[in-house]
Design a protein around this ligand. Structure first.
Ligand code: 9L3
Ligand code: MG
Length: 154
């Protein structure tokens, strides 16, 4: 798990060479409710990594800022509007996945409009930080568990 500056990612997404094409830029949100529970979404059948529980999000499109991509993904996947809540940059996953390199900035979000529902048929779970270990997760999401325990359980 490493930390990068947002400016570095923007440069990578606008380059069109071979190295840049191997970078997969994905953004994810840690939604935290009033009781300190975190939202996990189960990847639906038919998608890669089906059945695993993840912090919801998806691929950043070309020329899209990570925050814009997260607002779009939260609307598409969960039907909520996070634009008016304040997004707090949390951390940054940088990890090889297969032949690609995944860069995944994560944001904390504690306020949104609407009630999250699985718009793509995915199951949702609200879990406390100490319950996160019980949910099988994609490899890039797993290093976040201790960070969230520290943040939410002290
Ligand atoms: N991914 C991993 N952890 C996450 C998210 C949102 C995504 N929390 C990985 C799974 C896919 C890739 O990023 O390999 C793209 O995600 P999507 O567009 O299939 O949701
Ligand atoms: Mg997604």
């Amino acid at each position: 798990l490493t930390y990068c500056r947002e400016r570095d990612i923007r440069m990578d997404t606008t380059r069109n060479d071979k190295a840049a094409s191997r970078i997969l830029l994905v953004v994810a949100g840690v939604l935290i409710d009033g009781e300190g529970r975190i939202l996990l979404a189960q990847r639906p059948p038919g998608k890669p990594l089906a059945g695993l529980w993840e912090f919801p999000g998806g691929k950043v499109e070309p020329h899209e800022a990570p925050e814009q991509a997260l607002i779009r993904e939260m609307y598409e996947e969960l039907g909520i509007d996070i634009a008016s809540g304040c997004l707090a940059p949390f951390t940054f996953v940088s990890e090889n996945v297969g032949s690609r390199h995944l860069l995944m900035p994560l944001y904390l979000c504690r306020r949104w409009r609407g009630q999250p529902v699985g718009k793509e048929g995915q199951a949702l779970a609200w879990v406390t930080a100490d319950q996160l270990d019980a949910y099988p997760m994609p490899a890039p999401d797993r290093p976040l568990i201790p960070l969230l325990k520290e943040l939410l359980l002290g």
